[in-house]
Design a protein around this ligand. Structure first.
Ligand code: CTP
Ligand code: CA
Length: 227
């Protein structure tokens, strides 16, 4: 019921959200992933839909159901998430990158399940850096400011300092910072919004409540862009 009373501040807007972790295969039964339940990204997708937007969610592996009225594309690896985002980005007004994307993929992944060795020798993994999805999309922002790009950063320390420098490094107008240990798997969180004017703390609340506040902040900024 509360959902249907949210102000329709994103009516007529298309919003693309990434969420969840990515999964980088080591062999057909093993892989490397990040800590992320997907709860915050799914809450952002839900809040954007409640605000009247047409929402597409590109999600790594999670245990969650797509929010009502949200179209979802499922991916596993960072490369797949990158390809899916780039194939869908045209015409999007807002891009919110909530996913915890693996920074590296395994270069020498095995096609068959690796077997333990009798002599105790262990596999040696080689890594390559994954493409930065958010930075790639941000670099394509048009002169009117679309897609309006929002990043998320989970840090373990120095949030205020790392958050503002990460926003500038990524070349995005808005970045949401949080402390990993306070958020992973939890239903609530506290976040900090970084923009060109500085930073604002949104005190501890449910992820859905924070997502609604974030969508409200995004819509204010997007309404200042020309159509
Ligand atoms: N991100 C992305 N593609 C990547 C890595 C990150 O789109 N390959 C996005 C995340 O979804 C998030 C933002 O970039 O919105 C910040 O992610 P984060 O891991 O904090 O930043 P990095 O630039 O990867 O820096 P770090 O070395 O701290 O991990
Ligand atoms: Ca990273």
């Amino acid at each position: 019921l509360v959902a249907s009373f949210q102000p329709k501040v994103l009516a007529g807007k298309r919003v693309l959200v990434t969420a969840g972790p990515t999964f980088e295969a080591i062999d057909p039964v093993r892989g490397i992933t990040n800590l992320s339940s997907g709860k915050m990204g799914y809450a952002v997708a839900r809040a954007a839909r409640e605000a009247g937007a047409e929402v597409l969610l590109i999600s790594g592996p999670t245990a969650l159901e797509a929010p009502f009225g949200v179209r979802r594309i499922d991916v596993q690896s960072a490369q797949q998430m990158h390809d899916a985002v780039l194939s869908q980005i045209d015409g999007q007004h807002v891009f919110v990158a909530v996913a915890a994307v693996a920074d590296w993929r395994v270069l020498n992944a095995s096609e068959q399940k690796m077997k333990k060795q009798a002599d105790g020798s262990v596999p040696e993994l080689k890594f390559a850096q994954n493409p930065d999805i958010l930075a790639t999309v941000a670099a394509r922002t048009n002169l009117r400011g679309y897609p309006y790009c929002v990043g998320f950063a989970a840090e373990s320390e120095n949030l205020v300092e790392f958050g503002s420098s990460k926003r500038e490094k990524k070349g995005i107008p808005l970045l949401v910072g949080n402390i990993g240990q306070n958020t992973f798997g939890q239903d609530d969180n506290t976040i900090i919004l970084f923009d060109e004017d500085g930073h604002t703390v949104l005190p501890r609340a449910s992820k859905l409540e924070l997502a609604r506040q974030l969508i409200s902040e995004i819509s204010k900024r997007v309404s200042k862009l020309s159509l």
